[in-house]
Design a protein around this ligand. Structure first.
Ligand SMILES: Nc1ncnc2c1ncn2[C@@H]1O[C@H](COP(=O)(O)OP(=O)(O)O)[C@@H](O)[C@H]1O
Ligand SMILES: [Mg+2]
Length: 424
């Protein structure tokens, strides 16, 4: 098969690495890819959001399967567009991807079908939001409805802060169109985990659980980022909780979308808050997570293309997905200043020294045979181990061999999991 992978981050390099191992894959293209994907696939210079150009390329090249990494093209309807041209593509339709594309829509689905989530209200008028806030208690959470590249959620420790958040989103249009509507929701305490599953629109098959590390500094301090590292499994997700999540959240959501006339095919990602065995959904994403994917795919023993084809065909029920018992840790190496302003074009050293870890490229590019930084999150170093502790140790051992000017990374990836370590 000729396969096209859309996107350019660490998630996409991990997907590319897994896809080229498939017995179905003869040739892989990445649009636009990064320096890592260029070593195992052919990068093509088409932006991930340029759906017309991507469809044109797929038709001309007779691409047999397209896999979409990021959320923007999904929400823009890339799957509908490809299917209309008779092109096979893995991912939810534009309507189904609204689970991620509109937080208010996701909330409505959860409320209607009894999927556990924080209490919330949606607003299209700032005035109404202000008067609602007067009767609420802090802390409280204000969310822009639409896609905001992970910046649209404001956790407010006072009502004054919440009012300012409403102002920023609705009156100052900090997130543009994405803030025309907002969701104000109850603040939830607990520990977060990510749960991803494959679906063909009817059947749900779980991936192994994982945990992201959103804040830029150790001990979950500093501003939010796209994710500074990940661990799989998330030990808070016990076998018992996993069953519950699968039944009461994932399957229920897939069934709900089917009833709503928006069959959900692809990867469904639930961001969860867990406290005392009680689970609530923080949000849904319509795709693989980044950097969770870099900690999940090294554990996947099955042929990923085969699973993706089954999702498209509607035959997932008969498929068994095999996972390694070995935990995996991923440490993200970031540019100095990230998630704020950072410089690019720093030469990366030490990349050839890693044999016991996966070096997944994110913001990198190749120029004159040098690998240069080209983004905030530059690399994700993933490693397996017999225990979580060993996986973490292996990942850091490899990370320490790599350097570029002003590189920074968290030193405590997986420590939360390690403290809970029981059977692993
Ligand atoms: N109701 C809530 N209570 C507490 N924290 C929340 C709540 N909603 C979101 N958060 C925090 O904000 C982060 C981002 O929110 P999320 O809904 O996942 O949006 P996005 O990933 O689109 O920015 C979450 O990972 C979580 O840490
Ligand atoms: Mg999130």
């Amino acid at each position: 098969m000729k396969i096209l992978l859309v996107g350019s981050g660490g998630r996409e390099h991990a997907l590319a690495w897994k896809i080229v191992q498939s017995r179905h894959c003869e040739k892989l293209f990445c649009a636009p890819g990064n320096a890592g994907t260029s070593a195992i696939a052919e990068n093509i210079q088409i932006n991930a959001e340029d759906i017309d150009a991507l469809a044109g390329f797929a038709e001309k090249q007779k691409i047999d399967l397209t896999v979409v990494g990021p959320e923007v093209p999904l929400v823009l309807g890339i799957v509908d567009r490809f299917e209309k041209c008779g092109l096979k593509i893995f991912g939810p339709s534009g309507k189904a991807a609204m689970l991620e594309g509109s937080k208010a829509f996701a909330k409505k689905i959860m409320q209607k079908y009894g999927i556990p989530t924080a209490e919330s209200r949606e607003f299209v008028s700032a005035e109404e939001a202000f008067s609602y806030l007067k009767k609420q208690k802090a802390p409280i959470v204000v969310k822009a409805d639409g896609l905001a590249a992970g910046k649209g959620v404001l956790i407010c420790s006072s009502l004054e802060e919440a009012e300012n958040a409403v102002k920023k989103i609705m009156l100052e249009n900090a997130f543009g169109e994405a803030g025309k509507k907002i969701v104000i929701e109850e603040f939830l305490e607990g520990e977060e985990a990510s749960f991803l599953a494959f679906s063909d629109g009817k059947t749900v098959k779980p991936m192994v659980s994982s945990q992201d590390h959103k804040r830029v500094f150790d001990n979950d301090e500093g501003p939010n980022t796209g994710g500074m590292g990940a661990c799989s499994p998330a030990l808070i997700v016990t076998k018992k909780l996993e069953k519950k999540i699968l039944r009461e959240i994932m399957q229920k959501t897939i069934d709900a979308m089917k009833k709503e006339g928006a069959k959900y095919k692809g990867v469904l990602y639930a961001g969860l808050m867990i406290k005392n065995g009680k689970i609530k959904v923080l949000e849904f994403n319509a795709r693989f997570g980044d950097p969770e994917t870099q900690a999940i795919l090294p554990r996947m023993d099955s042929d990923i293309v085969e699973i993706m084809l089954a999702c498209i065909k509607g035959t997932l029920k008969g498929k068994k997905i095999e996972w390694s018992k070995k935990p995996c840790a991923c440490v993200v190496l970031a540019s100095g200043g990230y998630p704020g302003h950072y410089e690019k074009n720093k030469e990366i050293f030490g990349l050839e020294k890693n044999c016991n870890a996966f070096v997944f490229h994110a913001g990198t590019k190749k120029e004159n045979n040098k690998i240069l930084t080209n983004g905030g999150r530059v690399l994700g170093i993933s490693a397996l181990g017999k225990t979580i502790g060993e996986a973490i140790q292996n990942a850091y051992f490899a990370a320490e061999k790599i350097s570029f000017e002003k590189m920074h990374y968290r030193r405590d990836i997986g420590q939360k999991a390690l403290k809970k370590q029981t059977g692993y």
